[in-house]
Write a protein that binds this ligand. Structure first.
Ligand SMILES: Nc1ncnc2c1ncn2[C@@H]1O[C@H](COP(=O)(O)OP(=O)(O)OC[C@H]2O[C@@H]([n+]3cccc(C(=O)O)c3)[C@H](O)[C@@H]2O)[C@@H](O)[C@H]1O
Ligand SMILES: Nc1ncnc2c1ncn2[C@@H]1O[C@H](COP(=O)(O)OP(=O)(O)OP(=O)(O)O)[C@@H](O)[C@H]1O
Length: 241
């Protein structure tokens, strides 16, 4: 992969999409992870004066905010912080009843999506998502949460390519070296939850099959089960005659 060429193409693409929408800039969530760091760096190149990163802790590990500030500081990205922890608790209290841990944790990305759209409309910006091809292939994202965005600049890159871009863009080594995590609960890591490594997933995407048949079946099952997340909701078409 010619990383500099791809970087330039993505930057031009972001710029073109924002102009087509008659918008002035971009807003994105800064989690302290590698995906949003790469997206932040690309956005800053496309819109040096009108790129805004939002840090949105929601029962998050405080080190995530430190990491997001480290990336933002080094790249010169303007940052705002919106703490969603109290909002999340209040919503769960209003819902009441017994809490389902998985359903509850998916509220967090949806509160972040709501917050990003507030800033987008207020400032005339587009919301930029940070999903990559590996996550999208297996549906490893929250429907209408972190997938609720306007444009997806790195969604055709597998995780390995995101790492290549991160190194090229000069993202701090601390961010590159930590284990990818959605940060939805303490100790969560992408690879533990998915049950296979990004290496296996990326090889499957690029080659169509891998030697590890157990991982391949898991990947194929997750891909099938998450098809609905990659499509517009089915529309019933009544016979109006
Ligand atoms: N066949 C079907 N047709 C239409 N809709 C269908 C459906 N099956 C389920 N659904 C709907 O989809 C919902 C389940 O999907 P969803 O709400 O997304 O929930 P789900 O896929 O269960 O959870 C999201 C996963 O993504 C992970 N995640 C989240 C956020 C960020 C990242 C990251 O690393 O970047 C990862 C998270 O840890 C978790 O494993 C169901 O409750 C139902 O409403
Ligand atoms: N605490 C947070 N503050 C702001 N945005 C967040 C936060 N957590 C998640 N997000 C947003 O949701 C996206 C998906 O979350 P996730 O934590 O999986 O990604 P990441 O941290 O960028 O990358 P990685 O999967 O490598 O950890 C992030 O890229 C970011 O845009």
């Amino acid at each position: 992969m010619n990383v500099e060429k791809i970087t330039q193409e993505i930057v031009e693409w972001i710029s073109g999409k924002v102009k087509e929408a008659n918008c002035k800039g971009v807003v994105f969530g800064m989690s302290g992870g590698i995906d949003s760091a790469v997206v932040g760096a690309l956005c800053k190149r496309a819109f040096p004066e009108t790129s805004l990163g939002i840090i949105m802790p929601c029962e998050s590990d405080p080190s995530d905010e430190e990491d997001a500030r480290l990336v933002g500081g080094e790249l010169g990205i303007s940052l705002e912080k919106v703490d969603l922890t109290a909002t999340y608790s209040t919503l769960l209290e209003s819902i009441g009843g017994e809490v389902s841990a998985q359903s509850a944790s998916n509220i967090k990305p949806r509160l972040r999506m709501t917050t990003l759209y507030y800033y987008a409309q207020k400032k005339g910006y587009l919301v930029v998502g940070s999903s990559n091809k590996s996550e999208i292939t297996v549906g490893y994202f929250t429907k209408h949460g972190d997938s609720g965005v306007d444009i997806l600049p790195i969604a055709d890159l597998v995780k390995r390519e995101v790492f290549e871009l991160a190194r090229h863009l000069g993202i701090n080594r601390k961010i590159i070296e930590k284990s990818p995590s959605a940060g939805l609960w303490e100790g969560q890591t992408d690879e533990d939850e998915m049950g296979f490594s990004y290496k296996s997933l990326d090889s499957y995407i690029e080659q169509g099959s891998i030697d590890d048949s157990e991982s391949q079946s898991k990947i194929e099952r997750m891909n099938r089960c998450s098809q609905h997340k990659r499509e517009f909701p089915p529309i019933f078409k009544p016979n109006k005659l």
